[in-house]
Design a protein around this ligand. Sequence first.
Ligand SMILES: Cc1cc2nc3c(=O)[nH]c(=O)nc-3n(C[C@H](O)[C@H](O)[C@H](O)COP(=O)(O)OP(=O)(O)OC[C@H]3O[C@@H](n4cnc5c(N)ncnc54)[C@H](O)[C@@H]3O)c2cc1C
Length: 347
Amino acid sequence: MRFSRCKSLPTQKSGKRVAIIGAGPAGLAAAGFLICRGHEVHVYDMMEEPGGLLIYGIPDFRIPKKNVREGTHELAMLGVRFHMRTKVVPGEGVREGEIGFNEILRGYDAVIIATGTWAERRLNVEGEDLPRVYPAFHYLFHYCRVEAGYERLEDLPPLGRRVAVIGAGLTAVDAAAVSKRLGAETVYMIYRRTINEAPARRHEIENLIKAGIKWIELAAPKRFIGDREKGVTGVELIRMRLGEPDKSGRPRPVPIEGSEFVLDIDAALIAIGEIPTPPIMNKELKINPDNTIWVDKKMRTTMKGVFAAGDVVTGPSLIGNAIASGLKAAQAVDEYLSGKISWDLTP
Ligand SMILES: Cc1cc2nc3c(=O)[nH]c(=O)nc-3n(C[C@H](O)[C@H](O)[C@H](O)COP(=O)(O)OP(=O)(O)OC[C@H]3O[C@@H](n4cnc5c(N)ncnc54)[C@H](O)[C@@H]3O)c2cc1C
């Protein structure tokens, strides 16, 4: 997977320093662009290696980590400096493995925030904190760390024979496929709308159905059943019908009173969406109500010299969109550093 935009570097250096926070596809695409424009590029990331969700979210059978590693290695060869195991925190960094956002602001001519969506949305139903009810994003993170060689398969929390995956997006699809690979005999995919409204691509869901995954549409969890000792043993679902379109334009699922039924399960993976995680939350950086970072058409945030790109700007999206957004921000940074654009913003 290529992130760089050139084979060799320009002989003339710009003398400008750029910090990129987040080494996912958005940050890497930006790094690949800016290094080829003669800037000094430093990438900060809290994980062990660059790649973002390409390493820590998406399993190997979908995107091989080897291909991602080839691309990040090429960037390092071109001179991109990776500061791994370095979490960017508000203010000044005090603990080992941290760097303060203020330190970054002082040290660089421009900054790109590309920190993605690393928090999981909760269902907020009874029993969600029972043992073996996992946020799918979190479970896949550990599964991918096993694949990447940072954790042992034996330490992955057990799933058992019957797994319920709640949701129908990319995370849900991978969670269902991983559950099967880990030996689950029965995997249910439970979605409150129908297959036609599912965010995952149709062929992916059809592949799962072919692989034996049981699709339960028009149903939503009301509560998880079990206790702290035994863990989850069931999920109570309520049937839904489709109502008028909601803000997303899709028909709103409406619960059908009295239609509750119970499914026996040994584990549940909740995949109902991820939430953007900006590294700072202060008055100077405008954050939208859905936690995305506000940017203008040049990817400028409300802080001078600070740009943003990728899922932290759009909300959960796709690799191609993250790459395009990283390139757009990098292009704007290049224009800013060469004085072609200024900082005149009205959010
Ligand atoms: C399970 C799953 C499967 C998916 N499958 C597909 C697919 O098949 N096809 C597709 O196109 N898309 C898929 N996606 C979506 C795709 O992975 C994302 O859209 C893309 O990775 C977003 O890129 P990004 O660079 O914005 O963020 P990310 O890839 O999330 O990278 C963000 C980086 O920022 C770092 N970071 C976060 N906070 C800090 C901080 N405070 N300090 C330092 N570093 C920080 C993280 O460690 C991470 O490396 C999938 C997503 C998931 C969760």
